[in-house]
Ligand binder design. Sequence first.
Ligand SMILES: Nc1ncnc2c1ncn2[C@@H]1O[C@H](COP(=O)(O)OP(=O)(O)OP(=O)(O)O)[C@@H](O)[C@H]1O
Length: 332
Amino acid sequence: MTSWAITANGLRKSYGDKTVLDGIDLAVPEGTVFSLLGPNGAGKTTAVKILSTLVSPDPASGEIRVGGHDLATDPRAARAAIGVTGQFSAVDGLITGEENMLLMADLHHLSRGEGRRVAAELLERFDLTEAAKKPASTYSGGMKRRLDIAMTLVGDPRIIFLDEPTTGLDPRSRHNMWQIIRGLVSGGVTVFLTTQYLEEADQLADQIAVLNDGRIAAQGTAEELKRRIPGGHVRLRFSDPAAYQFAAVTLPEAARDDASLTLRVPGDGSQRALRSLLGRLDAAGIEADELTVHTPDLDDVFFALTGADPRHGQSDPTSQSTLPSQSKENVR
Ligand SMILES: Nc1ncnc2c1ncn2[C@@H]1O[C@H](COP(=O)(O)OP(=O)(O)OP(=O)(O)O)[C@@H](O)[C@H]1O
């Protein structure tokens, strides 16, 4: 039986006459990464704030449970099970990294000795030991995020909300953060991750929900979402014009490119579709010089579902990752 870290039924939130969340359902199994993906202003942070008890949902919402606790009746117990790091970090720049950690230890009522031990351990784990005695204001963006997560872990939460944890980070820091998140999950923690970055959700999430206009436009694994939208195909390239012609006749559904002797056979990129195509080629004795499987990437999915083309209108000029990610081309 699945144990759920988070469940929400009909989650609603309006500000004045603006509906931000229009009845969304969420179910996040323990020990997994769930990614809420959406364009700017879609309501991701609002969802995190509600689930982490910082903001009340509208009364018309259904039951919301976090860490097994009903938010309406036992928000305190839910709060004890979670850690939250937001887009606006809790790090105090005027004091050192170590002092920030010790402050968190105090907030969690750890003894002095225990607080020091936990702080040292986490600073080490997040590669901040060397910088521990320096004011946090001198840290790079990546270091501040790492400190922020380390501070969240002082209370040993089983569920962590990471609200756009890599926004504004350079690619190296972003990859470091991904490693940290994977490490948390392998330790059994559940991660609820919001991101605008398709590649991030693709890399980390077991389940992705695409939020658009206050509703979940689609949900599934990255692969399931990619398979749902058109654009998948197999490309067959030939060097022999006669073989190309024969293949074109054998596969009438294929789009032809006579100049490059290439056929594009539409398909969903699934193993079954590929097996069927290979069977047809084998039966006809056709041997392509090159066979390439193209599955749509999350950029395609996002565009199809939200109408917002992530290739345009980047919200974060320091980031590259909403630019088109490489199509998944598997050359065999
Ligand atoms: N306290 C508030 N009062 C009024 N409107 C709000 C409030 N908080 C959020 N909103 C509005 O709700 C909408 C969703 O905001 P939210 O911050 O949840 O979006 P988001 O998906 O996290 O966006 P981003 O990626 O830009 O952080 C926005 O239109 C925002 O202006």
